[in-house]
Design a protein around this ligand. Structure first.
Ligand code: AHG
Ligand code: MN
Ligand code: MN
Length: 336
């Protein structure tokens, strides 16, 4: 049998041979991966263990929480708070950052996550996942507060996601390309299965929730209309559409075979800049996509350069194959 590379070996090599990550970050990523393993197991137990359905509560954004949103959030807190490498954690499911309890040592990293992405797919057995982003606590800060999380995505030192689908996968970047690991459930190891994921520059596949079409702004409407017109339209070729409604699954498909994913701003709630959250959905996914050769924008600005003003801030997201992302961006520019 050809020798396999585990997540541990991959990270040790990034630390030792390339000096790309400090030991503390390696350990932190292993702890996150272990928590994802546990969440994946819980997800797979489904109705047998009674983990499907509503939790009966709602999060800071007013969204009804599913039981698994709450369970996954707790699994990540429990796994990470004692490790000594984190200064604080923040999550979609917690109003404010979770401080590291005084009984544990504090580290220099900040972890942000969407514990369960694709909540609407939980009860129908469609792929869901966990998204995470790691930042450094700004130098000289002793007591981490919410404001210290408000760093642009370019400051991320690592990002990734787990997908709980037909296989359980972990996709990771530490700023040196994007690697994919598959969970070997018998042994409990994450094996490196794709060393360097790469998003093709061109694509004929797009992902958008078309039920919102009547609310879109003109540049997005124009772009999607052209795709829908296919061979008979200005693009002269047919395009295919896919929408899983779990960002992890849609982004994973794009990392595998290209495509463009859009959750644009729309006019349903004019004050809202989009649906997806900048700090624990858009930024980590943008880091991964850019590391794999793709692009990510809100239509006007590179997502990773946006300076956040709120922990749970929302943003328009257009990401994936470069040539298509650039085309949508040019339509926004023309519109002014
Ligand atoms: P979450 O489950 O963490 O709230 O995120 C759901 C997000 C994202 O995963 C997906 O792309 C999008 O919401 C789906 O939205 P629609 O239901 O509007 O299609
Ligand atoms: Mn999400
Ligand atoms: Mn979520």
């Amino acid at each position: 049998m050809a020798s396999r590379i585990s997540l541990t070996q991959y990270l040790v090599e990034k630390q030792r041979e390339k000096g790309l990550i400090p030991a503390e970050l390696r350990l932190l990523l292993e702890v996150v991966a272990r928590a994802c393993k546990r969440i994946g197991y819980t997800v797979s137990r489904g109705a047998i263990d009674g983990v499907l359905g509503e939790a009966g509560s709602s999060n800071v954004q007013g969204e009804a929480q599913k039981k698994l949103d709450v369970i996954a959030n707790e699994a990540l807190v429990e796994a990470n708070e004692w490790g000594g490498n984190l200064a604080a954690l923040a999550s979609e499911e917690m109003d404010h950052p979770h401080p590291i309890p005084h009984r544990y040592p504090k580290g220099e990293f900040l972890l942000l996550y969407d514990p369960l992405d694709g909540s609407s797919n939980i009860d129908v057995n469609v792929s869901i996942g966990t998204i995470f982003s790691v930042l450094r606590l700004p130098e000289g800060v002793k007591e981490p507060a919410e404001e210290h999380f408000l760093q642009p995505g370019t400051k991320q030192v690592a990002a990734g996601y787990a997908v709980y689908g037909p296989s359980t996968l972990l996709v990771l970047t530490v700023g040196d390309g994007v690697a994919c690991f598959t969970l070997d459930k018998e042994i409990g190891s994450w094996w490196l299965t794709v060393e360097r994921m790469s998003v093709p520059e061109h694509t004929r596949e797009f992902a958008i929730n078309a039920s919102n079409a009547r609310h879109w702004e003109p540049p997005v409407k124009r772009y999607v209309d052209e795709l829908l017109a296919g061979r008979e339209g200005p693009r002269g070729v047919d395009f295919n559409m896919r929408w899983v409604a779990s960002m992890v699954a849609d982004v994973h498909r794009i990392l595998c075979r290209g495509g463009i994913f859009m959750y644009p701003r729309d006019n349903r709630e004019p004050g809202k800049p989009g649906k997806l959250r900048l700090m624990y959905e858009a930024n980590p996914m943008s880091f991964l996509i850019e590391q794999a050769g793709g692009a990510a924008t809100n239509g006007h600005q590179r997502i990773m350069e946006i300076v956040p003003t709120q922990l749970h801030e929302r943003v328009a997201v257009i990401l994936g194959s470069k040539a298509e992302v650039e085309r949508v961006t040019s339509y926004h520019r023309e519109q002014g």
